[in-house]
Design a protein around this ligand. Structure first.
Ligand code: ATP
Ligand code: MG
Length: 322
């Protein structure tokens, strides 16, 4: 299995990132190839302050290491450290139909939210395809929101292969059923950029306050409630032990409980669940030179692979002097 996935330094990572994607990164880091990158070029469509982008990039490296990414097994690197992928992006741009990109929801959604769209946002799925195809990846662990982009990647790989021969490996998205789309505090997809997130490493008491402020419905205390359509329950199920989750589910079905108690239980379970990651992150944060080394070595390994794939693609389509 050759695994690859990326995460954008567009803000602090949240539960959706962990339960949808990063948890899979860690479970798959023993694969023959496990490449994980911090997508700073992608983030440039959202973050426009250079100091902020640099800081978020380094912080995200710490976060991933804290969560359990093991640099002895997985290759962790920063996207922009591998310029070969940007060149590959151009080759793929020439097989990317406008109509296909117009249908991509990251672009459509941001446009609908009134975010002015630039060509970077519009062609984002092509750079993402280069990220994946540039490392001969066959498995891409992601949340549900990325499945469409992986389909685009497959389309582009198929078109390029059709035109120039068997150049790219066909990748597949890998999505976890139980946490493919973690809801945010407003019930929409939890996102770094929508202000609806529970961050992975925010101070537990600040997080508790945030949880206590989650709006709940006004159904009477004694009414039984369906846990499936309650955000608090869905979040609780992610961080509680199986026994506690089952007990909470029974409580919902029985009725006669207050949301305040659920919120307290949620805050407590979250603090416990992420305590170990917090300690590990602190340990990495105390060794910034080691973190830089991890990223430098990761970039070297990633570049070596991407250079070979780029060369294969260039020869196939006749670019360069051969
Ligand atoms: P942004 O709002 O800037 O797009 P994001 O929160 O969507 O940020 P990304 O960096 O775009 O995060 O995505 C990183 C990974 O996390 C992707 O694999 C994505 O599918 C996954 N992911 C993001 N949000 C969720 C969510 N709410 N539930 C499950 N997976 C998610
Ligand atoms: Mg996203």
């Amino acid at each position: 299995m050759r695994v690859l996935s990326g995460i954008q330094p567009t803000g602090r990572p949240h539960w959706g990132n962990y339960f949808g994607a990063v948890r899979q990164y860690i479970a798959l880091q023993h694969a023959e190839q496990a490449f994980y990158f911090i997508a700073d070029l992608h983030a440039l469509t959202t973050v426009h302050n250079p100091q902020t982008l640099r800081q978020l990039t380094l912080d995200l490296a710490l976060d991933l290491l804290g969560l359990g990414l093991d640099p002895a097994r997985a290759t962790l690197f920063v996207q922009s450290d591998v310029p070969e992928v940007s060149e590959l992006c151009w080759l793929l741009m020439t097989v990317a139909p406008m109509g296909l990109l117009e249908r991509c929801h990251a672009y459509k959604d941001k446009k609908a939210k009134g975010v002015p769209a630039d060509a970077g946002l519009f062609t984002y799925p092509v750079l993402q395809a280069a990220d994946i195809l540039g490392y001969d990846s066959d498995t891409v662990p992601v949340g549900e929101d990325q499945v469409q982009h992986i389909e685009v990647c497959r389309d582009l790989a198929g078109s390029f292969n059709h035109r120039y021969g068997d150049v790219f490996v066909m990748p597949r998205a890998k999505v976890l059923d139980a946490s493919a789309r973690v809801p945010g505090l407003d019930g929409e997809k939890m996102s770094k950029s929508y202000g609806n997130a529970l961050e992975l490493f925010e101070d537990p008491s600040a997080q508790r306050k945030k949880i206590m402020r989650i709006p709940t419905d006004s159904r009477p205390l004694e009414a039984p409630k369906d846990p499936a359509d309650d955000v608090l329950y869905q979040l609780y199920a992610l961080v509680a032990s199986e026994a506690d989750r089952a007990a909470m589910e029974a409580l919902y079905r029985r009725g006669g409980f207050g949301y305040g108690d659920v919120k307290k239980a949620l805050a407590e379970a979250a603090a416990t669940y992420f305590a170990e990651a917090r300690t590990r992150r602190d340990a990495w944060a105390a060794r910034p030179d080691d973190v830089r080394d991890v990223l430098r070595i990761g970039a070297e390994r990633a570049r070596e692979k991407a250079a070979a794939v780029l060369q294969r693609a260039k020869s196939a389509c006749g670019v360069g002097r051969g």
